[in-house]
Design a protein around this ligand. Structure first.
Ligand SMILES: [Zn+2]
Length: 137
């Protein structure tokens, strides 16, 4: 019989992790902006097309093209938000995915397909350029 962890080996970590109280100043993002973008794309990631379905419905993440925080200071407007699945969100925020001015998806420097769009969802190309410049090697 296989036992994991082996007998006599205690797991690393804490049974009751320590708690601390902190004070954080954060940007107040408009939920109306991301809600509108999600509505336009009906659950499908604008980059890979995947719809993540959870028991409560489709799950996605509103992603700012030009980040809101300093020093990027992007606008909290629908033309600066993409509707992405969690994987594409991480890749976009980490610079593994950028967009060209023609909204071609570049994955690690290689062109792939065009960003999925919606007629009412305009994309701010100045924000696209700032995101791309941020990750230019
Ligand atoms: Zn995706």
């Amino acid at each position: 019989m296989f036992l994991y962890p082996p007998p006599g080996v205690a797991p690393a970590g804490a049974e009751s992790p320590e708690r601390v109280t902190t004070s954080v100043q954060r940007i107040v993002r408009s939920t109306a902006v991301t809600r509108q973008v999600k509505k336009w794309h009906e659950g499908a990631c604008q980059i890979c097309g995947v719809t993540v379905i959870l028991p409560g419905g489709a799950y996605s993440e509103g992603t700012h093209i030009q980040a809101l925080g300093s020093p990027h200071n992007g606008p909290d407007t629908t033309d600066n938000v993409l509707y992405l699945c969690p994987t594409c969100h991480v890749m976009f925020d980490g610079g593994a995915i950028v967009l060209t001015d023609n909204l071609i998806i570049m994955r690690n420097g290689t062109e792939s397909k065009t960003l999925r769009t919606h007629p009412q969802h305009t994309i701010n190309l100045a924000c696209v350029a700032k995101h791309r410049d941020r990750w230019r090697q």
